[in-house]
Each structure stands twice: as structure tokens, then as C-alpha cells.
Design a protein around this ligand. Structure first.
Ligand SMILES: [Zn+2]
Length: 207
């Protein structure tokens, strides 16, 4: 015997055989979120929370997908030989990351500059590189350094500068006086570190 049943959660019509079809099992991450809701004193079975473990697991998987990304693969095929040795700047790159201490978001703008030696990298690759490093559990300082060092290593430019301005929800959600605090970090490599004039030009251009 075959009977039709409307799944109340998805609204989809399921065709079931007379044998009971088992509910799909929770993934380990979903089970953890389910447990967390319980431990916070919530009822994971109440209407609004029924799909929350699934959604949270999906969201955190997305927000940490940088671990899965291969930086070489991301940059391969995007380096172009060029006879140009003026500063290249990509500024106001929006990024969203999770602080590794609280797993709460920190987010803001990232500014990248470099002076090419023999190669430039496709401009769209720089925001993708920022995403690859920010979609992980991070601290702002390490994020800044990883972006700068990767560009220095893969592109071998005369120098690289990276500045990140970010708001940390673990700071602003926990104190009224820290609402608008912005943390600024920077990492300078090569001529950006050695030559004050280059560094100042970069800092002026990203303001
Ligand atoms: Zn934090």
C-alpha cells in the first residue's frame, strides 16, 4: 500500500510505502547544535527551532569554507606578466570572518596594495583571496598577515601592504561603550616596510 503524506516541516508531499520511512539522521554538527540549544535552556523541538540545527550547521559550514579552499588553485592561471611597476590598490573589500575566541563575527574592510615586479594578479582574485582566509576561525592580526604574506610569496612583488579595519561583535555586543570600536591592523612587506614614502602613499590612497 502506498500513502501520501504532507511533511509539516518542508510542506512537501512525501510518498511513503507502508513501511515507515525513517527521518534523515542529524549530522554530527547538527546534533551538536541540537545539544547546545538544550544546554542553553531552550526546547529544540519547539516550532521555531525545529530546523535550527540544520540551518546553523549549514551556516557555519559556509562561514568556514576557507579551510577547503586551495590558495594555489585560486591564484593559478591568474598571474599575468606585465611591464608595470606602479602601485596597484584594491580597497574597501568587504569581508566577514569569525573570531576564534568566541566564534562571533568580525567584519569590515580590507585594503590591499602591491607594487608588481613582473606579474600582476587578476583583480578579482584579491577579494577571493581575502574570502578564503576570512572564512575560517581567525584573529584579525593573523588574517592580515596571511593575506600579505601569500601575495608576497605567490606574486613576488616589490612589496605588499594590507590594512584591515573591523568591528568585532564579541566586543560590541558585550558593552555599551564599545559599540563603535574599530580595530585596525596592518602588515607591510618589502618596499612597503622599507620605504616610508611608499607606505605613506599607500595609506593616503586607501583613506
Ligand atoms: Zn572574540
Amino acid at each position: 500500500m502506498v500513502k501520501k503524506k504532507v511533511d509539516m516541516r518542508s510542506g512537501k508531499t512525501k510518498v511513503k510505502s507502508s513501511q515507515q520511512v525513517e527521518e534523515p539522521k542529524q549530522s554530527p554538527l547538527e546534533a551538536t547544535v541540537h545539544k547546545m540549544l538544550l544546554q542553553l535552556g531552550e526546547d529544540p523541538e519547539r516550532h521555531g527551532l525545529q530546523n535550527t540545527p540544520k540551518r546553523v550547521a549549514k551556516a557555519f559550514t559556509f562561514l568556514t569554507q576557507g579551510y577547503q579552499q586551495d590558495i594555489d588553485e585560486l591564484l593559478n592561471g591568474a598571474l599575468f606578466p606585465i611591464d608595470y611597476d606602479e602601485m596597484v590598490i584594491v580597497k574597501d573589500i568587504d569581508f566577514y570572518s569569525l573570531c576564534e575566541h568566541h566564534m562571533l563575527p568580525f567584519f569590515g574592510k580590507c585594503h590591499v596594495g602591491y607594487i608588481p615586479r613582473k606579474h600582476v594578479v587578476g583583480l578579482s582574485k584579491i577579494p577571493r583571496l581575502v574570502d578564503a582566509f576570512s572564512r575560517r576561525l581567525q584573529v584579525q592580526e593573523r588574517l592580515t598577515v596571511q593575506i600579505a604574506r601569500t601575495l608576497q610569496e605567490k606574486l613576488n612583488p616589490h612589496g605588499v601592504g594590507v590594512v584591515i579595519e573591523a568591528r568585532h561583535l564579541c566586543m560590541s555586543m558585550r558593552g555599551v561603550e564599545k559599540q563603535n570600536t574599530v580595530a585596525v591592523t596592518s602588515e607591510m612587506q618589502g618596499v612597503f616596510r622599507k620605504q616610508q614614502q611608499t607606505r605613506e602613499e599607500f595609506l593616503k590612497l586607501i583613506r
